[in-house]
Structures are given as C-alpha cells and as structure tokens.
Design a binder for this molecule. Structure first.
Ligand code: FAD
Length: 229
C-alpha cells in the first residue's frame, strides 16, 4: 500500500523542521475563476489576459467570491495537536486524519526550540525575550512528552483500548491530516492565520501555504503582495 503522504522533498518544513505541509492536489486555475465569473456569457478561455487580471481584482475587491470557489487545493499537514485544534475551527475545509484508534506507531511530539513569554496586556499573545533562559524548560517539556508516550504504551500493554489510552498523549503530539479548501475560503484562512493576532505556530503554516500556492495563482499572489521567497 502506498504512503498517504507526499515525498518529503515536496514539503515545506515549519516549526524548526518538526512540522511540514505539502500540496497534494489542485483543481482549476485563475482562468477557471474568470471563466466561472463569465459563465453566463457561455465563453471559455484557457489563458489569462490583462482584462482577466482586472476582473480577478474586481471579484476580490467587490467580494464577488463564488467564482473563487471553483479553484480547490488539497494539502497534507503535519502539525502539533494544538495547531490542528485551531485549524479545524475553519469549517469550510474538508478534513481527514490518521486515527489513533487504528494506529499506535510513529507517535512523535513537537518540542519548541524557543519559548516565548506570556504577554501582560493581551491574554492571547506572547512575547519574545532573547534574555530569557528557556533551555531547562524546553528540556522539561521534552521529558513530559516522552513520559506521556510511556504512559500511553503502559496503558496499551495493560489491555486498555487505544481510544481511551490516547487521552494521556500531550497536546504536543504531532498529527497528520489532509485538508481540502476552495480558494475563497483559503484566502479567508490566510487573512486570519497569517496575522500578528494568530498564534506563531499556525502562522508558520499559513506562510508556507502562500509559498505553495503562489505559483498557481500568480496574479492573486501579486495582488495581495505576498512575499514568497
Ligand atoms: C486570532 C484568533 C483568535 C481566536 N480565538 C478564539 C477563541 O478564543 N475562542 C474560540 O472559540 N475561537 C477562537 N478563534 C476561532 C474563530 O472564532 C473562528 O472559529 C475561526 O477563526 C474560523 O473562522 P471562520 O468561522 O470565519 O472560518 P470558517 O469556519 O472556514 O468559515 C468561513 C466563513 O463561512 C461562514 N460560515 C461558516 N460556517 C458558518 C455557519 N455555521 N453559520 C454562518 N456562517 C458560517 C462565515 O462567514 C465564516 O466567516 C480565534 C481565531 C483567530 C484567528
């Protein structure tokens, strides 16, 4: 049986190489969106011209979003459980994930390379402090991750079912899922998650998505001024 994931050389690595995201599949092009917008005229084009670029911009600026829904992307995402929790709040994506009810192998955990401190004013924010000595705390997190795996294995060895035993695995456990989304809802996701208000970890994935899709939507990437190098 083939592995469900795409080869590592096609991933964009995030979270210090511990997480990744790759583009599995895509349906449509920018021309598809333009064709969808002009479907009432019964005319199709395969290549974009200047007028089409202007139309694309018009669609975005005037929130005429349904033509953008005809362009669809599927990603494979490897991230910590807490990032997955935030991601799956986006209901307009379709998701499938490797289940811990079926597999107990390949369990790995995210250990942050740097720790941020709690922001005093905004409870949802964190601050970097280069003077903050975090090495011992990082070590403690790593030990906690490993301990949670040991307890999980102990429970399995004691005959406990996977679906209950998995409850002891830490929020840093890495999960892999597929996510499929149309361009309109993906742009919405990127606006919310490549933002200074979003948690740093999910933001790294949003930035990686821009890199993955920019070659397929060059005019839209240019319109938003994405920096993808
Ligand atoms: C910085 C940040 C902080 C957050 N903090 C919290 C928090 O503290 N607590 C918390 O619970 N969540 C929090 N969230 C999650 C947030 O509330 C949204 O659930 C999440 O961002 C998904 O956004 P969405 O609903 O617009 O996206 P999607 O679910 O992808 O939906 C896209 C759009 O489709 C429409 N839509 C989808 N479903 C419905 C529906 N059922 N009814 C009507 N319209 C619908 C809406 O227009 C919606 O904007 C936070 C998100 C961010 C970005």
């Amino acid at each position: 049986m083939q592995n469900i994931n795409i080869p590592p050389e096609k991933h964009i690595k995030v979270l210090d190489g511990q997480g990744w995201i790759g583009l599995i599949d895509k349906m449509g092009t920018e021309a598809t969106c333009v064709n969808a917008a002009r479907v009432s005229f019964g005319k199709m084009k395969n290549e974009m011209d200047e007028k089409d670029v202007i139309l694309l911009k018009y669609l975005i600026e005037n929130k005429h979003t349904s033509p953008l829904e005809h362009l669809v992307f599927t990603f494979s995402i490897h991230c910590p459980l807490f990032v997955r929790g935030q991601w799956h709040r986006h209901r307009t994506w379709s998701y499938n994930e490797i289940s811990r009810r079926y597999t107990e192998f390949d369990i790995t955990f995210y250990t942050p390379a740097r720790l941020r401190q709690q922001a005093q004013v905004n409870r949802q924010a964190s601050v970097e402090n280069s003077n903050f000595n975090d090495s011992e705390l990082i070590n403690t997190i790593d030990k906690h991750n490993k301990k949670s795996l040991k307890l999980y294995e102990y429970l399995l060895d004691s005959g406990i079912c996977r679906e209950q035993a998995r409850g002891v695995l830490s929020q840093n456990m890495m999960v892999t899922f597929w996510g499929t989304v149309d361009l309109n809802n993906l742009l919405h996701f990127l606006e919310l998650r490549d933002s200074e208000h979003a948690q740093r970890e999910i933001r790294e994935y949003a930035i990686a998505i821009k890199k993955l899709i920019a070659p397929y939507i060059p005019n839209i990437a240019n319109y938003y001024g994405w920096k993808t190098d």
